[in-house]
Ligand binder design. Structure first.
Ligand SMILES: [Zn+2]
Length: 312
């Protein structure tokens, strides 16, 4: 028996996602994207890649946003160029979707204006990014491809969760940070200071597990991104490539884009935040929507967000 789209009747090559038939049917997806592109072209709504600390409005920025209804389902959409300093389209999209109360969202990344010194990113990287954005943030992510045609979006398989490996590693990282003298008094003034504490700890724990340091830079979409540490291992069932991101107070209001980007180039991402009294205040003031989005991200993907409370 051949499979058919229940909405438009066109033949399907695989069984549709029962929760969201639109994205399983190429014809319905094309119609959705046509509608979204039309609405974006006429939209004057501009949003920033940041979750609002106050609920009344979204901060204004460089991304164009819109909301459409298709078959009784509301879709939020956000489009903008890559910005090397603030590649935050995913945060902008989820913040806008939450703000308008839409269950689903589309993000469209545009090429930078003029010539870019960086490549647009490989198709393999794009597919990994789409899987992370879809399963971790509920965002259907597209890279705008002119002049070359882009591969059509397909429902991506979720990344391997590596749950047991990451549970043990997280517990070892917490224990090492809690050891006496692991954080020197009056040392933490910048996130570089935090990296100096966390990176050797993570290196020691991963080296014991057979990992070696790897190149921390990787090509993203029209930019080079860098982790605060990358490791690799050949063979075995553990994640082949692991990325580390170390934080103090930064990224609290845009928690999604960086781990999604890093996961597209790695198999697991560790985010370690050292929470000092000052950082703690910032965390308390963060948007509940940002916190919820981060919780959803880490529960769905091989990403750990480790907040470690430091007394010093
Ligand atoms: Zn259809």
């Amino acid at each position: 028996m051949s499979l058919m789209c229940t909405t438009c009747g066109s033949p399907l090559s695989a069984a549709p996602d029962p929760a969201l038939a639109t994205v399983s049917c190429p014809k319905c997806l094309a119609a959705l994207l046509t509608k979204i592109n039309g609405a974006l072209a006429g939209s004057t709504t501009r949003v920033a890649g940041v979750f609002p600390r106050k609920r009344a409005t979204l901060p204004v920025g460089a991304y164009t946003a819109t909301t459409v209804s298709v078959g009784g389902v509301t879709w939020a959409a956000c489009r903008g160029q890559q910005d090397s300093n603030a590649a935050r389209l995913v945060d902008a999209t989820v913040a806008h979707r939450t703000f308008v109360g839409a269950p689903h969202a589309v993000a469209i990344l545009q090429p930078p204006a003029g010539a870019s010194k960086h490549d647009r990113g490989t198709d393999e990287y794009l597919r990994a990014y789409q899987a992370a954005a879809w399963h971790g943030c509920g965002v259907l992510f597209l890279r705008e491809g002119a002049p070359a045609a882009e591969p059509a979006w397909q429902l991506p398989a979720p990344p391997v969760d590596h749950r047991r490996f990451l549970d043990a590693l997280e517990s070892d990282i917490r224990a090492a940070l809690a050891a006496p003298e692991s954080i020197p008094s009056d040392f933490l003034h910048s996130s570089t200071d935090a990296e100096c504490i966390v990176r050797p700890i993570v290196h020691r724990l991963l080296f014991k597990r057979g990992y070696n340091r790897a190149e921390s830079q990787y090509p993203s979409f029209w930019r080079r991104a860098a982790t605060d540490g990358s490791w690799r291992i050949e063979g075995g069932d553990s994640p082949r490539r692991i990325a580390l991101e170390v934080k103090l107070a930064e990224d609290i209001d845009w928690p999604l884009s960086q781990p999604v980007e890093a996961l597209a180039a790695h198999d697991a991402v560790l985010m370690v935040r050292i929470v000092t009294p000052g950082v703690g205040k910032s965390l308390v003031g963060a948007s509940p929507a940002a916190k919820e989005a981060l919780t959803n991200l880490v529960s769905a993907l091989p990403i750990r967000s480790i907040d470690f409370n430091s007394a010093v």
